[in-house]
Design a protein around this ligand. Structure first.
Ligand code: ZN
Length: 72
């Protein structure tokens, strides 16, 4: 059977939102929530990340939450 690699659509395996690679069950993960900022681009960034991939986003998320609202 051929592998049908559609981007972001694996067979129920979680895919990292940052590097787009499947997250192995043993790998540490981080769930980032960018919703509630009324920004579709941020909404789409909400999801599961490898813990190391999430690090740069965590600081962004903290900044956004500190602002309370993404008003740019
Ligand atoms: Zn990753």
């Amino acid at each position: 059977m051929f592998l049908d690699l559609k981007s972001g659509d694996h067979w129920g395996d979680p895919v990292c939102k940052s590097c787009k690679l499947v997250i192995a069950p043993a790998e540490p993960t981080e769930v980032l929530k960018f919703d509630g900022h009324n920004d579709q681009q941020l909404d789409e960034m909400t999801g599961l990340y490898h813990a190391h991939c999430a690090k740069p986003y965590l600081s962004i998320l903290r900044a956004l939450n500190a602002l309370g609202r993404f008003g740019l």
